[in-house]
Design a protein around this ligand. Sequence first.
Ligand code: CA2
Length: 151
Amino acid sequence: MTVSPAQKPIFVLQGPNLNLLGEREPHLYGTTTLAEIHDSLVAQGEAAGVAVECRQSNHEGQLIEWIQEARMASCGLIINAAALTHTSVALSDALAAYPQTIMEVHLSNLWKREAFRHHSYVSPYATGVICGLGAEGYTVAMQALIKRLKP
Ligand code: CA2
């Protein structure tokens, strides 16, 4: 299916250190690189007729700017806020003002990890939370988000 230029893209936002995926800590985060995950999400979107815009930043403020931009410029949001998930009230406030469906993804199973990873400032605003499936979690999130896109 071709992507309509009129359709706003799905934004995929990735937080701090996720640019290192595939290079370090494969026992925790797998061997797939961020570029591979993004290529696969763009292809998945294209097959469904939806454009996908993928971005990563190590900076909290940049991610907040992108969430604000996404309010007008996107039709849905997939976010792995990485460590900011557990610390950032500012990110949480930005997500509270996002009007479309949000899917939260984590590569690792947060519930098998340290207690400080058990709280998420993202989850209250997410329709779904997927963790522990590695890179496959993004595919599952994309599928679920596409199903919920408003016409
Ligand atoms: O499991 C996830 O996806 C996390 O969001 C990853 C974050 C972590 O702080 C969250 O608790 C769970 C860490 C991302 C760091 O990514 C790296 C990837 C490769 C090498 C080093 C770090």
